[in-house]
Design a binder for this molecule. Structure first.
Ligand code: C2E
Ligand code: CA
Ligand code: CA
Length: 883
């Protein structure tokens, strides 16, 4: 079974374990717990100590009193008995020869008065010779004390000390437990000396005496013990009670005088139940208190942790908000009921560059706005207060440089329908505003010159036409094209070109009124709208002014640049009633100037009108023909002159409109301009390739094939160009293919040209330069481009052999070709003399009416058959047959 103290310590241990666990989980604070526990238990311990101490003192006092009373009784009883026996001893010392009867009479007298007396004996010379009462004590007669171990010591002590000795308690020979009082008897000898006679003993009933004195080994709440056998005090043995009593702590002892000796009485409190109850009360109180504190601490810590948690949460979210605010450039603010700025965030002050953030006020913020915006904000705030209407305004902070745009949002906080305060945000939207403005500008403005762009121009023109229509007025449109822009760009680079454009825009602007509109349409094309012109003359004055102004040299990159302008003028309503037509016609007029003298202006006129309409009609018809694949391809032989070369032919597009043929020269430029040409080239390429295959299929070895390719395809988007390259490559697998490109493409130097030509060449396509000699640029490109063939333009060939300059030029081209190892083809050979001239100078091939006109498929097949039949040799008969 578990005893009470163990339970206590177990409970303390449990409490400690629980506390440790809680401390570890931070559910209670360690320091406070230690402090509380140590104070509770130290108080408990001290209280317990002093309680126990005072209890002990109480007990001691009671015990001492108890012992005192017992001792008093014992001493009294023993003293009375001894005194009675002393009388007998005194009588014997005078009458040693006492008769038995006298002895018995004397003893009987003592006996009668002393209730605890068992017997009285006299032992002269230490041998018991008389005893009273005899009955029951016969066994003691004749007992020699010297021979009796148990009794000898006390007897001798009494004899030697001449003092009464209380011996025992001891077991009587005749039975019982007795104390024996022994008194020595001395008599006067013959010579008067004192002589030891013997001993007188009185045997007392110890049990009865102890009982009479109230001595009992175990009381209700205490234990008693007595030691000091034979009156030897602490040295004597324990004869009453448990010897352990003497050893126990807090024992109370008291000496008791018996005869000439001493006993030692001891008492101790046996398991004081009251004490235990008090201590336990204290301990349980302490445990309960500690437990209670533990709960309280835990509770407090929980609250504290919760608080700390929410504080941290709050701080976190606050920081997050601050950070988010900083990133989003958003600040917060609050107006109280009196519309005073009572609260605002850091960003708020930062964004508005408020130097003294603490003392910032509403008026300080308001003062940053212009008067108009101040009003706007004031009204918004007022409406918010009076009608609980939220607001969201964007206002410029005029004070800041560069100017900032702030979006201010306000929301009313209401209670019972009354606006208590207004809470809001402020956001820096400068970047967004600038972005939007830029976008708007870019959408309507030309970035380089700042002039309205084509898009904006169209809108303006439409607006002006509508206005003029309502008021029966005129509008003039001037189309301006710089004459030398391309060469400036080539020679000074794009930067130089840009400077020229900016300066040109400047000059045009300065030639017109503020109400007139100047726009940049594209590249080096500008346009002017003169709203409200009264007559042609007014428009021509402005046009002439512009031409004259552009005629002045431009100072660009420390160089004088001369770049004139060509100007075309169209008028509303005469030359067109819509914006598009007017602009096209002004362009047409400009083109007229460009074609002739440049550096001038002209009006759109009847002739141009006619041509314009014609062009328009032609374009429609051509588009249809292309879409319906109603074009045809003719083939013109290219005949080798050196005897060993291969026969070849050029594919030339033909368009029959009804019964008449339309010459390529009159529709090819239109097709180039409008982009139809790429469709046409594609048609020609595929037709020619298919024809070549058909020839082979019919058993005729097909000639090599030459197709014309417009430079336009090189300006197509990358994807289109790549598709075109693939198409050409496919055809090159089916025919021996040469593409003819004009010199112009190479001088224009498109970034793709070189790469594309290299790609084609790698696939076995040969490259020929068409109309060679008509170009105006250097010949250096010949080294840069992958070229196989030069086709000498028919213009020079036609002047051979009579015209010297043509002769020189042709000879130069021929020798150049020879040096560069290129194949040389002469175009437009019409006479035998020309042929002879070319043949004599090593021209490799010839093409022209002399040899054969361009022929439709079947005729060409026949021509080729005849050519092959004559052993791959051209002869005049062939030309005539093809006639
Ligand atoms: P080109 O490439 O220089 O073609 C040669 C032109 O000279 C052809 O004119 C041809 O009929 C003509 N011709 C041939 N021999 C003689 C001659 O002995 N005397 C004279 N006076 N002319 C001769 P055509 O067919 O009218 O073509 C004119 C131009 O149209 C071509 O000049 C070429 O630049 C272009 N062209 C023709 N077909 C196509 C085509 O399919 N695509 C492209 N992009 N252009 C083509
Ligand atoms: Ca050609
Ligand atoms: Ca040509």
């Amino acid at each position: 079974m578990i005893s009470m103290p163990e339970v206590y310590w177990l409970l303390i241990a449990a409490l400690a374990l629980v506390s440790l666990a809680l401390i570890k989980r931070r559910r209670i604070p360690m320091l406070s717990t230690l402090l509380v526990f140590s104070s509770i238990f130290s108080v408990q311990f001290n209280l317990e100590q002093s309680y126990v101490e005072s209890e002990r003192q109480n007990v001691n006092l009671t015990m001492t009193r108890e012992l005192g009373s017992i001792a008093h009784k014992v001493t009294g009883i023993v003293g009375a008995h001894m005194a009675a026996v002393e009388g007998l001893a005194a009588y014997l010392s005078t009458q040693p020869e006492l008769s038995d009867a006298a002895f018995n009479e004397f003893a009987a007298g003592i006996f009668a008065r002393q209730p605890y007396m068992i017997n009285v004996a006299a032992a002269p010379d230490l041998v018991v010779s008389r005893i009273y009462p005899l009955r029951g004590n016969e066994a003691a007669l004749g007992l020699n004390y010297l021979e009796h171990n148990e009794q000898r010591d006390a007897v001798l002590r009494a004899r030697d000390s001449d003092q009464p000795v209380l011996a025992g308690p001891l077991r009587l020979v005749q039975g019982g437990w007795a104390l024996i009082g022994r008194l020595p008897v001395y008599v006067e000898g013959a010579g008067g000396e004192r002589r030891f006679w013997g001993i007188v003993s009185a045997t007392l009933d110890a049990r009865k005496i102890f009982a009479a004195a109230g001595l009992s080994a175990r009381g209700a709440d205490h234990q008693l013990a007595v030691r000091g056998t034979d009156g030897r005090g602490a040295a004597g043995g324990v004869f009453f009670g448990s010897p352990g009593v003497f050893e126990s702590p807090g024992v109370v002892t008291l000496p008791v005088s018996v005869a000439s000796g001493e006993w030692l009485m001891a008492a101790r409190v046996s398991d004081p139940a009251g004490l235990a109850r008090g201590v336990w009360f204290l301990r349980i109180l302490a445990l309960v208190l500690a437990g209670g504190w533990l709960l309280a601490l835990e509770q407090r810590q929980r609250i504290r942790n919760d608080k700390r948690y929410y504080e941290r949460k709050l701080l976190d979210s606050e920081q997050l908000l601050q950070e988010a605010g900083r990133l989003a450039k958003v600040g917060g603010w609050k107006l109280d009921g009196k519309a005073e700025l009572v609260h605002f965030s850091e960003q708020f002050a930062e964004m508005l560059h408020m130097p003294n953030a603490e003392s910032a006020s509403r008026s300080e913020v308001v003062s940053m706005l212009s008067r108009r915006h101040r009003e706007e904000l004031k009204n918004a705030v007022q409406r918010c207060f009076t009608h609980a209407q939220p607001f969201d305004v964007e206002l410029p902070i005029e004070r800041s440089t560069p100017m900032q745009w702030m979006r201010i949002i306000g929301n009313p906080v209401t209670r019972n329908g009354r606006v208590l305060e207004v809470i809001g945000a402020i956001q820096d939207v400068t970047e967004r505003r600038e972005f939007i403005e830029t976008i708007q500008r870019q959408a309507t403005r030309d970035l380089l010159t700042g002039l309205p762009n084509r898009h904006q121009f169209d809108a303006f023109l439409a607006r002006e036409i509508a206005h003029a229509a309502r008021n029966s007025q005129r509008v003039a449109v001037l189309f301006i094209d710089l004459d030398e822009f391309k060469s400036v760009n080539d020679n000074l680079g794009h930067g130089g070109g840009d400077e020229l454009l900016i300066e040109a825009a400047e000059r045009i602007r300065s030639c017109v009124r503020k109400s007139d509109i100047v726009a940049r349409l594209s590249g080096d094309e500008f346009a002017v709208i003169l709203p409200d012109v009264t007559n042609r003359n007014a428009a021509s004055v402005v046009a002439a002014k512009i031409v004259a102004s552009m005629n002045q040299p431009f100072d660009i990159r420390e160089r004088h640049i001369f770049s004139s302008a060509s100007v075309g003028v169209a008028l509303y309503p005469e030359d067109g009633t819509d914006a598009e037509t007017l602009l096209i016609n002004a362009d047409q007029a400009m083109y007229e100037v460009k074609k002739s003298i440049r550096n001038d202006f002209t009006f759109f006129n009847r002739e141009l009108q006619r041509r314009s309409e014609e062009r328009h009609g032609l374009f429609n018809k051509l588009s249809l023909a292309v879409a319906e694949r109603r074009l045809e391809v003719f083939y013109q032989p290219i005949v080798p002159l050196d005897g060993s070369g291969q026969i070849s032919c050029e594919a030339l597009i033909r368009w029959r409109d009804g019964d008449s043929w339309i010459a390529p020269d009159s529709f090819i430029p239109l097709a180039e301009e409008t982009g139809l040409i790429t469709e046409i080239d594609r048609f020609a390429l595929e037709e020619a390739t298919a024809f070549s295959e058909r020839l082979r299929a019919s058993g005729l070895e097909p000639p090599a094939l030459s197709v014309n390719v417009s430079p336009r395809v090189f300006f197509d988007r990358a994807g289109e160009l790549a598709r075109w390259v693939e198409r050409v490559k496919l055809c090159a697998e089916r025919a021996d293919l040469t593409v003819e490109i004009t010199e112009r493409l190479l001088t224009q130097d498109t970034p793709h040209a070189t790469v594309v030509l290299e790609q084609l060449r790698a696939s076995g396509v040969k490259i020929a330069i068409d109309d060679f000699g008509t170009g105006y640029s250097s010949l250096s490109y010949l080294a840069r481009f992958p070229v196989d063939t030069l086709k000498i333009d028919g213009f020079f060939v036609g002047k051979l052999p009579g015209e010297t300059s043509a002769v020189t030029l042709t000879e130069t081209i021929l020798s150049l070709g020879h040096k560069l190892n290129l194949r040389l083809v002469a175009e437009g050979v019409e006479t035998a003399a020309q042929l002879q001239f070319l043949e004599a100078r090593g021209c490799h091939s010839a093409q022209g009416y002399l040899l054969s006109r361009p022929l439709p498929e079947d005729e060409f097949s026949n021509w080729l058959l005849a050519y092959r039949e004559s052993g791959d040799q051209w002869n005049p008969v062939l030309a005539r047959s093809a006639g």
